[in-house]
Design a protein around this ligand. Structure first.
Ligand code: 4AD
Ligand code: MG
Length: 431
């Protein structure tokens, strides 16, 4: 008999099916045994009555949590069950019966314990829908760029230079030469964009950030795009279209996963229905101060400031034209106000913080040399990057979307650590 996945069971009502999976939970009620089985695509309840073969009934009684098994039975419509079906079980064949109890029970555990057991925690109820949503978000990003003719070009992870300031670099020994783990693939995308016009990549980036917050990882994934002949305004329009596409596609394709997480897709769709809000850095500072959060003009936004903005607008908001002094060397200055950068951060609604950072890039060599110098960076390791301004320099812009923060917002997850299979945080490199 061909096996069927739990997510497809509603198409097999009335038929006999074979399921392959793991025992998630079981309970008994009088002469009936209920086995909750998961297979990665969902959870289904198997019902074993006393009419079943006594060995099947005994297995339903004795198999421990996370025993792997094959189960045969007839699919029945059950409107109250998740997925709308349950299975009347006729056969159970154990595949592996654990000799010791599974460390993670169905009761609450502390975060430290769960993180120590992350390799097993991912089997638990909330985790599968989050990881399926992660997959959906990544595909939605790829489909967006593909539909618009962007070419995926990968940036290296081992690099010789910093992009986002030297304080968060991970130093490495590259056969005797200094090297780092990449903080962002941007500089390389600027090179490939001059070759291919419109490019993007999705890859892991690294920041040795000493911050232990619910929005920071040490290793995270960024979706970055770069487009030749794109100016600041065009850059914001592209970002807005991407975020709207990702939210709409994920809400449509993962409605069951969102429901399992008790995340209302209508809240997400409402947030992206209207054009995103747009304020300047200085307007944003005034709004933050008016909301009673302490900050001075010239400071970067901390989490409380971002939350105040998020609350004020109730939908994604671009904060644009930051003081150039608090932004990286590669950002083009606003010709009208040269102390400001032609950049924007996109702040997600509901307090999920900054999900995108982007800017128009410096396109003149002298200007770039001056800004490298102002940032205290030697031009030498950036020679190849300076070359891009020597031959056919064009106005160009791009951005980086934080994949995990976007998943956090879409799935409504309080802490970023649950949005990636194996989070790397300040105090954790294991498992
Ligand atoms: O704003 P960032 O630092 O921008 C860049 O790195 C640019 N070079 C991107 C570009 O223009 N191509 O990072 C981009 C996004 C942030 O908006 C945030 O969503 C996410 O990456 N991010 C983090 N996510 C998780 N943990 C961290 N430590 C993060 N740091 C940034
Ligand atoms: Mg940023």
């Amino acid at each position: 008999m061909k096996s069927v996945y739990i997510a497809e069971l509603s198409r097999h009502v009335g038929s006999e099916v074979l399921l392959q999976g793991w025992l998630y939970n079981k309970r008994s009620s009088g002469k009936v045994r209920f086995v909750l089985v998961r297979d990665g695509t969902g959870l289904v309840q198997g019902v074993v009555t006393s009419d079943a073969d006594p060995t099947v009934f005994a297995l339903a009684d004795s198999l421990p949590q996370e025993a792997s098994l094959r189960m045969r039975g007839t699919v029945r419509a059950e409107p109250r069950a998740p997925g709308g079906v349950e299975v009347s079980v006729t056969h159970i064949e154990p595949v592996h019966v654990p000799a010791t109890p599974f460390p993670i029970g169905l009761k609450e555990h502390g975060t430290g314990f769960l993180m120590d057991h992350r390799h097993l925690w991912i089997r638990m109820r909330r985790q599968a829908p989050i990881l399926r949503i992660r997959d959906g978000v990544l595909w939605a990003i790829r489909s967006f760029f593909r539909e618009r003719g962007f070419v995926a070009t990968e940036s290296p992870v081992l690099v010789g230079t910093s992009v986002e300031g030297t304080t968060t670099l991970f130093p490495l020994d590259y056969f005797g030469a200094p090297a780092y783990l990449s903080q962002s693939g941007q500089l390389y995308l600027e090179a490939t964009c001059a070759a291919l016009g419109k490019v993007y990549w999705i890859g892991p980036v690294f920041r040795a950030e000493k911050s232990k917050t619910r929005r920071h990882l040490i290793e995270f994934w960024m979706a970055e795009a770069e487009q030749a002949f794109l100016d600041h305004d065009g850059n914001l329009a592209l970002q807005e279209a991407l975020v709207r596409h990702v939210v709409e596609v994920t809400a449509a394709e993962h409605s069951r996963d969102l429901a399992e997480l008790e995340r209302d897709p209508a809240v997400l769709l409402r947030a992206v229905a209207e054009p995103f809000s747009r304020v300047t850095y200085h307007e944003a500072v005034s709004l933050v101060q008016a909301a009673g959060v302490e900050m001075e003009a010239g400071d970067d936004f901390g989490a409380p400031a971002e939350d105040a903005l998020s609350q004020h607008f109730g939908r994604p908001v671009f904060v644009e034209r930051f003081p150039a002094a608090i932004k990286p060397f590669y950002m083009k200055r606003d010709p009208e106000q040269p102390d400001l950068a032609l950049c924007a951060d996109l702040i997600a609604p509901e307090g999920y913080g900054e999900i995108i950072g982007g800017s128009q890039r410096v396109d003149a060599e002298e200007e770039l040399l001056r800004q490298l110098d102002e940032a205290g960076l030697s031009g030498e390791p950036y020679r190849w990057y300076l070359d891009l301004r020597r031959w056919g320099a064009v106005p160009h812009s791009g951005f980086g979307l934080g994949v995990e923060r976007t998943i956090q917002w879409i799935a409504g997850i309080p802490h970023i650590r649950e949005t990636i299979p194996f989070p790397r945080t300040l105090d954790r490199l294991y498992p």
